[in-house]
Design a protein around this ligand. Structure first.
Ligand code: ADP
Length: 662
């Protein structure tokens, strides 16, 4: 029972309430019915008793009068049968009066019955005295005595009537009492009905409060959930059934939220993938565009290199000639014609070199490059220009920072950014270029900033050929190259403006371990000095091999100007003949030449026939295809790239000649 009360079950509560109401209704109705039945039975019994009492009264009165008649008959005929009949009827009357005593009677009624019995006995005593007198023959006294019976009978009749009056009054009182009881029962029934109505209303209210309100709460919570309020939950409930509903609902809401969270996560992932896809697509398009453009430019640049090489070489030679001319009008040509010619030829060369950079395939394997060293070496190329323009450079890069990159290209990246910063500061103010590098275990970030005017449009800065500089100073390829190289290294680059002014380029690269340093091997002595470099006191004899007469001529003049003896060969085969006849001190060969013996074949033959000559031979090339397909047969310091300047050419040649002396 305690458990029943403790566990708050709605079904039990409702069953309990319904049972209580039913019991109350049944009990009330039963009590009412029992009371009503009892009252009715009481009334019926009383009514029947009263009828019986009336009948008894009538019988007693009738018997008394019949006894009177029997007494008079005896007086007239002295028949003893009349006395017997008189007595028998008297006994019946007496018995009838005694029957009254079986009823429930009031004291006054009982007293009245006693009086009736006394009167009847007195009546019979008077009659028997009269009978005695008749038997004695005293008829006159007997008649007198018997005449007294009328009076006695009338008195008995009155007593019976009085008794009936008393009983009638009693009966009326009982009826009145029962009517009151019935009235009370009716009132109780009405009150019970009203109480039941109130009880029903109370139960309805209680059910509504305990069941409907929680259900409305559930409905409101469902609506809230439908409207997108994911936190909507059903609160704690009092009853077991509602607790189950609430916990099932809350579980469902949790599940929904979980599913929604998962869906949102998947959406987010999809969105990110889509964005990544767009970025990759843009990059691919950009790369595709650059690669197509690169191929086209490579062809164009290669075709331009040879004539440009001749023009630049000739122009520089002309400059020297003009400078040393004794005629003032010729010397005057230096500033008006020759210098602009040299400058424009150099600009054309720079442009072609930049164009060629686009065509270069990414290097197959990236190195572990020291960032600090690369920055230092890049800046060494432009430090003089910064100093000349009174602009400062501040570098902060940890010596431990290594990145995955190609050293030469990374150098060009930094150089391009530094040159751009210098140009911007020269044109729009600002004095400081700052290069900072830092990183975590995976990436290294390089920030190149200046306090110049900033980008006119940072979004267009990486677009090929976008430039705000005059055609004399800008090609619009510097930042495109930066982006191309950085993406080859697997990194990213972005351009923004600083507040309040200045430009910022941020590069992110993959961090690399410091390379393992292998100790340099002992220099191996030259196997033979069959062909030594120029002996002291004699001008070095240098064999130039080139199929382009103009370039042959340019080189001839450059060597002559450097005090060397040029020997010319216009093909590989001719060069071999000359070498076999009289080996020179140095061979400088064009890489690509018509005929069977090109520069590569000539070098191959030399390395077998004249190893020392092969070891210091120089290769002149304007080719990009060879770089991409096969490694060049000589180290980079022995490659002269077309178009070359007088200074570059001379340096390379002298270095090659010197290499033999070491
Ligand atoms: P170029 O230098 O030949 O114009 P780039 O691709 O290197 O080509 O640069 C493109 C353009 O980006 C420049 O013309 C210039 O407008 C802008 N730019 C590059 N660097 C800076 C800088 N540090 N400050 C302001 N503008 C810059």
């Amino acid at each position: 029972m305690l458990g029943f009360m403790m566990r708050r079950s709605l079904r039990r509560m409702l069953s309990f309430t319904a049972l209580s109401v039913a019991i109350a209704a049944v009990a009330t109705t039963t009590i009412a019915l029992v009371l009503t039945a009892r009252v009715r039975a009481d009334n019926d019994r009383d009514a029947r008793a009263f009828v019986e009492e009336q009948r008894i009264a009538d019988h007693i009165t009738a018997l008394t009068y019949q006894q009177q008649l029997d007494a008079y008959r005896f007086l007239l005929s002295a028949d003893s049968g009349s006395i017997r009949r008189f007595d028998a009827k008297g006994d019946v009357a007496e018995a009838e009066m005694r029957r009254y005593l079986f009823y429930t009677l009031s004291t006054s009624a009982r007293l009245q019955i006693e009086r009736m019995r006394e009167l009847h006995q007195a009546f019979e005593v008077v009659a028997h005295r009269g009978f005695e007198l008749v038997k004695q023959g005293d008829t006159a006294s007997a008649r007198l005595r018997l005449s007294q019976l009328d009076n006695d009978a009338a008195q008995l009749d009155d007593a019976v009537s009085s008794f009936l009056q008393i009983r009638l009054a009693q009966h009326d009182a009982l009826e009145e009492k029962n009517r009151s009881i019935a009235q009370v029962v009716r009132t109780i029934l009405i009150l019970a009905g009203v109480a039941l109505v109130f009880l029903a209303m109370g139960i309805a209210r209680s059910v509504s409060r305990r069941v409907l309100l929680p259900l409305e709460h559930v409905i409101r919570t469902t609506e809230a959930l439908k409207r997108g309020n994911a936190d909507a939950r059903v609160g704690p409930q009092e009853y077991d059934e509602l607790k189950s509903v609430a916990s099932a609902f809350n579980e469902m809401a949790e599940q929904m939220q979980l599913s929604r969270d998962q869906a949102e996560m998947q959406n987010e992932e999809l969105r990110e993938s889509l964005e990544q896809l767009h970025v990759t697509q843009d990059e691919l398009v950009q790369r595709e565009r650059l690669s197509a453009m690169g191929e086209m430019l490579a062809g164009l640049a290669h075709e331009l290199n040879n004539p440009l090489g001749s023009v630049l070489g000739m122009a520089e030679l002309l400059e020297v000639e003009v400078q040393s001319s004794p005629q003032p009008e010729i010397r005057h040509l230096e500033s008006t014609v020759v210098l602009p010619l040299v400058r424009e030829a150099r600009r054309a060369r720079d442009l072609v070199r930049n164009l060629l950079s686009f065509a270069r395939k990414p290097v197959a394997a990236l190195d572990h490059v020291s960032l600090a060293d690369t920055i230092t070496s890049s800046l060494s190329h432009c430090a003089a220009a910064f100093a000349q323009s009174q602009k400062n450079i501040r570098v902060s890069a940890d010596a431990e920072l290594f990145v995955r990159a190609d050293g030469v290209k990374l150098e060009q990246v930094i150089l391009n950014l530094a040159t751009n910063a210098l140009d911007a500061m020269k044109a729009g103010g600002g004095t400081l270029l700052s290069i900072r590098a830092g990183g975590d275990s995976k990436t290294v970030t390089v920030v190149v900033e200046d306090d110049g005017p900033g980008f006119a449009d940072p979004h267009s800065a990486f677009t090929p050929f976008y430039t705000t500089k005059s055609s004399e100073h800008g090609t619009g390829l510097g930042l495109s190259l930066v982006q191309k190289f950085v993406s080859e290294f697997g990194g990213t680059v972005s351009a923004t403006n600083r507040t309040p002014n200045g430009a910022r380029v941020t590069i992110t690269l993959t961090r690399a371990e410091a390379p393992v340093v292998i100790p340099a091997a002992e220099p191996v002595p030259e196997p033979s000095n069959e062909v030594a470099a120029a002996p002291r006191g004699r001008a070095p004899r240098v064999l130039i091999v080139d199929d382009e007469p103009a370039l042959l001529e340019v080189q001839r003049r450059m060597l002559t100007m450097a005090g060397m003896t040029p020997i010319l060969a216009s093909s590989g085969a001719q060069a071999m003949e000359i070498i076999e006849r009289d080996p020179p001190d140095l061979v400088i060969s064009d890489l690509r030449m018509p005929g069977e013996i090109d520069g590569r074949a000539l070098l191959g033959w030399l390395s077998v026939a004249y190893p020392p000559l092969a070891a210091r031979a120089l290769l002149v090339t304007g080719e990009i295809a060879h770089e991409m397909d096969n490694a060049l047969p000589v180290p980079t310091e022995r490659v002269i790239r077309k178009p070359f300047t007088l200074v570059e050419y001379r340096e390379r040649v002298e270095a090659a000649l010197r290499s033999d002396e070491r």
